[in-house]
Design a protein around this ligand. Structure first.
Ligand code: NDP
Length: 433
């Protein structure tokens, strides 16, 4: 706490993992002797830099850029870039810390990292976004590479931003190093199903949890928060599994669509028009906008929080439990507050923590790296099959670790323990570094 003041999200993420590790440390004293926990509290490298750019009115703008290269015991640093005004070093450290264990759980050879900027892409022109991305990459290019650190998208960073970033990387390095970024366009090294992967994966993980209780998405009522990349494809996969998705949101409020979400319209509004949820409601008679209150007030069978950290509070969890929720699968990173997580675990609600449930995105990024390394391009179906196998595997890994260390059925505990032990073993094998 003293070393990292003013970083509440980082403290929250570390506490949440370390609270699970008591039974592991008791059984594995070598982790204590090797100072694994202390080392995990300190990123291997943190880079903070100025990002100057010129807006359309000719004014100079200054943002702050970050890249936290957190842990590379398992492979090159891997994790997204977030462009949002709330970004600061504590947010990036929390995300980088989570990423270590998430990436470990995927079974792929990738370490943990995260980056971004306090730049707000909302309301900026394409040209402004491009100039910002070019300035950001001019510095970041010094620190990343296929064998070093491989960024991807996150909040505010989608296909458009990855394109501008990749273009500038090529320009300043004079190389076509496809594997330096993931989330690329399909004609220039991107992987099919990467766009869909995080949302699909969160639903596939939820489906695996539901199977353990003899339940399924078929005929279920689903609520999804957010309306960005993760949310849209969580909606799609839930609908493919036979569910009715009744609501989604953004930072202005939420939409209830009595007829079930019209996915084609949602994609048109968000991906083509870059509009807001109100633009969806304006084109959909069965939908109404709700401002004020919480999307989690809606009675729902399955809750998929896919917006941002700490969006689902203890009070929200109490309402969901009262209304009989069966399962919660976190598409976003740390969307449930600690109070909410405790409430779900105590009530016996199936609860998939983000580091397991949303790992499908980074896993598919690792599949993109594989395709880049072999100069290959897989079909959509093959890639989704690989993604599905990985998500089923993560679900099994969590349950097995929870069993082994004495908390059967506890996915939070299982994900933390399984993610941690693999990284800790690699850190010990590689010496005190
Ligand atoms: P997008 O930028 O595509 O979408 C983010 C969505 O969340 C938007 O609808 C946005 O609404 C909403 N949102 C953001 N901040 C807030 C807030 N403070 N309150 C309410 N709503 C908010 O991002 P992604 O879909 O890519 O990411 C969503 C979450 O999933 C994040 O937690 C991210 O870290 C996590 N994640 C993403 C992965 C990926 O592959 N993209 C992989 C793994 C995790 P608005 O437009 O109003 O801001």
């Amino acid at each position: 706490l003293r070393r990292n003041p003013g970083e509440p999200e980082f403290h929250q993420a570390v506490t949440e993992v370390f609270e699970s590790l008591g039974p592991v440390m008791a059984r594995r004293p070598e982790y204590v002797e090797a100072g694994v926990l202390e080392r995990l509290c300190e990123p291997e490298r943190q880079i903070i830099f100025r990002v100057p750019w010129v807006d359309d009115a000719g004014r100079v703008q200054i943002n702050r850029g970050f890249r936290v290269q957190y842990n590379s015991a398992l492979g090159p640093y891997k994790g997204g870039l977030r462009f949002h005004p709330s970004v600061n070093i504590g947010i990036i450290k929390f995300l980088g810390f989570e990423q270590i264990f998430k990436n470990s759980l995927t079974g792929m050879p990738i370490g943990g990292g995260k980056g971004g900027s306090d730049f707000d892409p909302h309301g900026k022109s394409d040209a402004e976004v491009m100039r910002f991305c070019q300035s950001f990459m001019t510095e970041l290019a010094n620190h990343i590479g296929e064998y070093t650190d491989v960024p991807a998208g996150d909040i505010g960073v989608g296909g458009r931003e990855i394109g501008y970033l990749f273009g500038q990387y090529r320009r300043v390095t004079n190389s076509y190093e496809s594997g330096v970024l993931t989330g690329k366009g399909l004609t220039w090294g991107g992987s099919r199903a990467r766009t869909e992967a995080t949302g699909y994966g969160a639903v596939i993980f939820a489906n695996e949890m539901l199977k353990t209780k003899g339940k399924s998405f078929d005929g279920a009522k689903v609520t999804v928060s957010g309306s960005g990349n993760v949310a849209i494809y969580a909606v799609e996969k839930a609908q493919q599994f036979g569910a009715t998705v009744q609501a989604f949101s953004d930072s202005s409020g939420y939409i209830v669509d009595e007829a079930g979400v019209d996915l084609a319209l949602l994609r048109e509004v968000k991906e083509v028009q870059r509009g807001r949820i109100a633009d969806y409601a304006a084109q959909r008679p069965s939908a109404r906008v709700v401002t004020g209150g919480s999307i989690w007030d809606l009675p729902t069978d399955i809750a998929l929080p896919c917006a941002t950290q700490n969006e689902l509070t203890g009070a929200d969890a109490a309402t969901l439990i009262k209304n009989g929720v069966w399962a919660v699968s976190e598409g976003a990173n740390m969307p449930s507050t600690p109070e909410a997580v405790s409430a779900f675990r105590e009530a016996g609600v199936l609860f998939g923590p983000g580091k397991a449930a949303n790992a499908g995105g980074v896993a598919t990024s690792a599949l993109e790296m594989q395709q880049n390394a072999s100069r290959d391009s897989w079909t959509f179906d093959h890639t989704v099959t690989r993604l599905t196998d990985i998500m089923v595997g993560i679900h099994e890994t969590c349950l097995a670790a929870a069993d082994t260390y004495g908390k059967p059925g506890d996915y939070v505990f299982g994900a933390n323990v399984a993610g941690f032990t693999k990284v800790a073993d690699a850190m010990i094998a590689q010496g005190i570094i």
